[in-house]
Every structure is written in C-alpha cells, then in structure tokens.
Write a protein that binds this ligand. Sequence first.
Ligand code: ADP
Length: 551
Amino acid sequence: MNKKIFRSSLLVALLVLTASFVMMIGILFNYFQLQIEKELKNEAIYISAAIENEGTEYLKNIVNNEKRVTLISADGTVIADTSVEADELENHLDREEIKKALADGHGTSVRYSETLTEKVVYYAELLDDGSILRVSTKQYTVVTVLLGLSQSISVVILLTFILSFILSRRVSKSIVKPINELDLDNPENNNTYEELSPLLSKISSQHKTIEKQLHEAKKQQEEFSLIIENMSDGLLIIDKNMQVLMCNTSAKKLLNASENVNGNVFSVNRSKSFRQSVEKSLGGERFENEMVYDDRHYNIIANPVYEDSEIIGAFIVIIDITDTIQREQMRREFTSNVSHELKTPLTSISGFAEMMMNGGIDEATVKDFSKSIYDEAQRLISLVIDIIRISELDEKSNMFVKEKVDLYELSEEIIERLKPHADKKSIKMNIFGGKAQVYGVRKILDEIIYNLCDNAVKYNNNGGTVDIIVGTTDNETILTVRDNGIGIPKNAQKRVFERFYRVDKSRSKEKGGTGLGLSIVKHGAVFHNAQITLESQINEGTSITLKFPKQ
Ligand code: ADP
C-alpha cells in the first residue's frame, strides 16, 4: 500500500510538473513574442525619428544582424533595406503588416520570410510622409527558448523531481502510518480517517459476531466435555491409525489406564477382548464383547465412524456390568437358597405326615409328630414372612412413606414385645439415652431394631443382658444394640449380613432363625443411608451400631 501511494503521488507530481512545465513554456513563449513586438515598436519609433532628422541615409549606418529594417513607400516599393539591396525586393503592398499599417497606422505579423528563410516577426509603422517603416526580427521558436533555458530547466526539473520523490515518500508514509497503527482488536477505539469508519464498524460488528460464535462454540464444547467426563461409562475415540483422540475419566478408571492417555490405543489396555473390539470396529463392524479385568466385568461396544463412506476411526463404550452380574448371581443364589430352605421343613412335614397316615403309631408319638409338623410349619411361616420383607425392601422401597420416628420410643415398644422371650431366658433388657428422631419408614425401622434385639436375646445366655443405647450427635442419630451373649467368630463377622448365612446352622434353626434377620437389617440401613458397624467377641457378646445421618 505504502509503495502504491508513493508511486501514485510521485506520478501525480510528475504529471503536474510536466503540465506546468508545458504551460510555463507557452506563457514564456507568448511573453517573449510580446516583448519582441514591443521592442520592434520602440525601435521603429527611434528609427522613424532618426530618418526624419537624417533621412534614409541613417538606414545605411545601422549595423545589426538581429534586426532588419525596411523602408517602404506608400505604393509598396521598397526604398531601403538593411539586409538586402532594395531593388532586389518586390512590391510589399500585399504584406499583412503593411496593409495594417496603411489602415491603422501600425501593424504586426508573423510569417515565414522567403528572404530570410526563417519565421520572422514584423512591425510596420506609418510615417508622417506616408512611407512605412518596417522593423523585423527572427522569431524565437519553442525549441530556441528551451535550448536557451535548458540549463536552468534541467536544474529545476532535477530539483523538482527530488523534492517530489521526498515529499511523495513522506506523504505516503504519513497516510499509511495511522492505518498501520490501527488497533484492530478494538476497532471502535481508533481515531483515524473518517473514510475508514464504515470499515472499522464492519470489523467491530464482525468481531462481536465471531466472539459470540466462539463463546457459543466454547460453551457447547464445555457442555459436551462435561457430559462426557461425567459419564459413568467409559468412552474412547480413536482414529483409523488406532491413535487415541479422546478418553474420558471413566474409561481411564475402568481400564486402569494412566492419567495421560495418548498414542496407541493398546497402551490403554492390551486384553484380547479389547484388541478384538478395536480391530473389528476399524474393520467396519459394530462389535459387542465382554471383558473380565481385575475381577470386574465390562461390556465393550465398539462402533466404526464413517466419513463419506470411509472409516475414519471408531468409538468404544465401556460399561461396567459387574453389579448387574453380581445381582444376577445373588438372585440365582437366593432362589436356590430359598428352594433349599423351603424344601427342608417341607420334607420333614411330609415325612411326619406320611408316617401318621400309614398309622400304627401310638398317641404320644402322634403328638410328638404333630408338634414337629407345627414347629416346621412355624419355621416355614417365619421364612416366608422374612422373604416377603426382603422382597419388599428390594422392590417396593420407593413406595414407603417416610415420617419422623423416635427411635427411643420405638425401642421401648420392641422391648415390650420381646419381653416374653427375654423372660423365658431371664434376660434383662435395658434402654439408655433419650429422644432420638430419624426421618424414615417406621415399619422398616421397627424391623431393624426388632431383628437386632431378637438376635441379642436368641444368641444370649440365660440371665444375660441386652442394652439398647439411643442418642444423637450434631450430624447423626445413633442406635446400638449390645448383648453379652455367645458372640460371633471373627471370620464370620463380615458374612452374617449375607442372606441365609448362619454361623451355626443347627443352633440358628433350633432358635427359629431363618438366616435372613441381619440381611433385613442391612437392607433397612441402606434404605436409610445408615452406616452399620459390628463388634463382637466370642463368649463376651456382640454390639451392633447404626448411625443415621441427620436430614
Ligand atoms: P438368624 O435368623 O439365623 O438369626 P440372622 O441373619 O439374624 O439370621 O443372623 C445371622 C447369623 O449371625 C445368625 O445365625 C447367628 O449365628 C449370628 N448372629 C446374629 N446376631 C448375633 C448375636 N447378637 N450374637 C451372636 N450371634 C449372632
């Protein structure tokens, strides 16, 4: 731009210079013409005065190569001439300057002189005696003028050129400088050429649009990243060369990969199933596979990504299905356990009933058999009730209505209900603490405390004690059921909350246990977000504590 402005302004300056030069030459030329005419006139006046005094003889004394003086009679005959012999010259009456002088007293003309073979300026003056005095001289041509002034003109041209060059440079620089100094980041803050205002406004509005679009794009990108990062499933995107393009936190965690995942996808995981998924998807196939890694089960779904029907990569979703598999396993175990638990008492009942049906047994034995049938039927009833409770907790947990329940009051009620059992074994049941409210489901809280107290009585020694301690802290409501009974061996302490687990099966059976009591307690605690801890020592007793978070 700078160069262009410089070139243009230099060109303009040179054009102006040439035009002014041509005009100057014209003006000068005209000026010289007038000067010559003036000079010729003055000279004609002097010479006519001299002729009047000295006669035509005066003309003979004039020695001037520059000027030619001619005296012409009123009839056009040349009387005398300073350049040529008078009689050699033809009649001059038809000459333009002579005609004018005869008409107006004086006349001028410029023409080509055949005598002098040059362009000549003539001035003719009518003298008092009727003759005409004509003074003439060569006319300066433009070239003559130019040649005469050539030195000064050359100097002027050179100086003007240098000046134009310098000025054009300065001007172009000064024009471009404010443009170069424009703050395009803040187009509206510029104080520059008015002509640039529309352009700057346009840039400013485009800035705003771009900024807005960038902001939108960034927001969308952030939202997308946030969603991807917060997905519990792993997501991996790779290009066709198996290079990792994106790997979310869950994928890193599930595949146990390092924090900085980049490079080849097999640096993330090398297992056979993973490799197979990657290869099949890059081969254009949607592939689902199961992978077992670090004792956990994953479902890998790999999909090819196409662009213009060409595979450009793949995305791989990794879903942790361990819980589903475990739940399925638990369900299967539960069904088989339930069948087994139901079968045992039913087999006994059926056996006793068959013997009674066959007859031949005395009345006392029939009574014994009937009692056994009754006991087994009771066990079946308790078992079915417990199974129903567990199923309810499993499936209908969102149908329960929550309310404020005072654990102290509830524990007092439960003590009353268990009193007949406790009295049979001379077990003393105590309650400590005070009002301790929990926002929960009364029925479930009742089952929790009842099962804990029931066990504390069941697995206690005659004359033992059961203490229920209820209290609150700033953040929690705490309930502890403590007994000084038989205790639970260390290796069984973790398992007592499993369904149907019993430390001593026959003992539990004898006490009417189903193996589901603590499982119901655990479910109830999970439902109320409560934390369970168990402490136990063989032959010293057991203490189970539940901590309910305050709402
Ligand atoms: P059960 O119906 O057999 O009592 P639970 O699930 O309530 O089943 O308890 C599981 C097992 O844990 C019991 O069989 C028993 O061996 C043991 N247990 C539970 N509570 C106590 C306790 N307070 N003292 C000693 N052992 C206990």
